[in-house]
Design a binder for this molecule. Structure first.
Ligand code: GUN
Length: 300
């Protein structure tokens, strides 16, 4: 009889496979919408300047649109673009009949007032869910759009059958893009997937949290979204916990997450890799939001 080993390596949650599964579903829904309305959902992506990571992200978004049968338009602007010029472009896209969703790739050059630009996007086309109206709806538990990365995290958990209801979830990182909206979603009474993927007891930890390791190692589900390479070490993780790594950092030649994958996978029960974890889900949920925006335009 074989003896169980003292430590069993974690189950690797394959974000790429989950993303492809969801993209297949979206592709069918796009085809049905085109059949019904004669109109193809279209994403307009605005890229200002030449920040290298943004070039990659935007290209991935364009390829993903193609895969599900959506149209995309990439609008490239020089780094010298002013806030006023960008605002005028947003206004044109807001009223453009063909455009279902608008995405302004972040970060914007420092001289541009990013908040003013994000506020200028029509909330009905706000596929990132960054507009204050959409943030407010989410906070009240009646979202129109769910922010892409947080919803991607919940989809990974759902499609891996890891429920959040009744669990202690610790999120490290209080950003407006990931930490805050994800906490907001997980504490709700339900989610679009149902009550089993909501109803968590959430701790939102950050750089000023005292004794962080004690807080993180109390969690059943630990989500790292801090933007620091390999920050989460094995000692910070409860044995058997699920660890979701939202980070994408360049460490020399390597792409690494916010979690020290090699050591943490020895204690965790389940873990997402980087790359191939949360990243593919972010793009996929953007496609989902573009489909929702296209339906909104066609009367819901
Ligand atoms: N830059 C990094 N993440 C994101 C995102 O989710 N949306 C946009 N628009 N820009 C980003």
């Amino acid at each position: 009889m074989t003896q169980p080993s003292a430590t069993t390596a974690a189950r690797i949650l394959d974000g790429k496979a989950i993303a492809l599964e969801i993209q297949n579903e979206i592709r069918d829904e796009v085809a049905a919408l085109v059949e019904q309305t004669g109109k193809r959902p279209k994403l307009a992506a605005v890229l200002v300047g030449d920040y290298p990571a943004s070039q990659v992200y935007v290209r991935n978004k364009e390829m993903a649109c193609k895969r599900v049968g959506m149209t995309s338009e990439l609008i490239r602007l020089s780094a010298a673009t002013t806030t006023e010029e960008l605002e005028q472009l947003i206004e044109r896209l807001n009223t453009d009949e063909e455009t279902s969703g608008i995405l302004v790739q972040l970060p914007l050059p420092k001289h541009i007032d990013a908040q003013r630009i994000l506020d200028a996007i029509d909330w009905r086309k706000d596929v990132d869910a960054f507009h204050p109206y959409n943030v407010g709806l989410l906070s009240q538990g009646r979202p129109q759009f769910l922010p892409c990365t947080p919803y991607g995290v919940i989809q990974i958990l759902y499609r891996s059958q890891i429920k959040t209801a009744g669990k202690k979830v610790c999120i490290i990182g209080r950003s407006d893009i990931v930490g805050k909206p994800l906490a907001s979603m997980l504490v709700q009474r339900s989610s679009p997937i149902g009550p089993d993927w909501a109803n968590a007891t959430v701790t939102l930890a950050h750089s000023q949290t005292p004794n962080l390791a004690a807080v993180t190692s109390d969690a059943d589900i630990l989500i790292a979204a801090i933007g620091q390479p390999e920050f989460v070490k094995a000692e910070m993780v409860r044995p058997g916990a699920t660890v979701i790594d939202v980070g994408i950092n360049r460490l020399g030649e390597r792409l690494v997450g916010d979690v020290d994958f090699e050591s943490v996978k020895e204690v965790a029960g389940a873990i997402t890799p980087v790359p191939g974890g949360v990243g593919p889900l972010t793009v996929t949920m953007l496609l989902n939001n573009t489909l929702i925006a296209a339906r909104l335009k066609n009367g819901g």
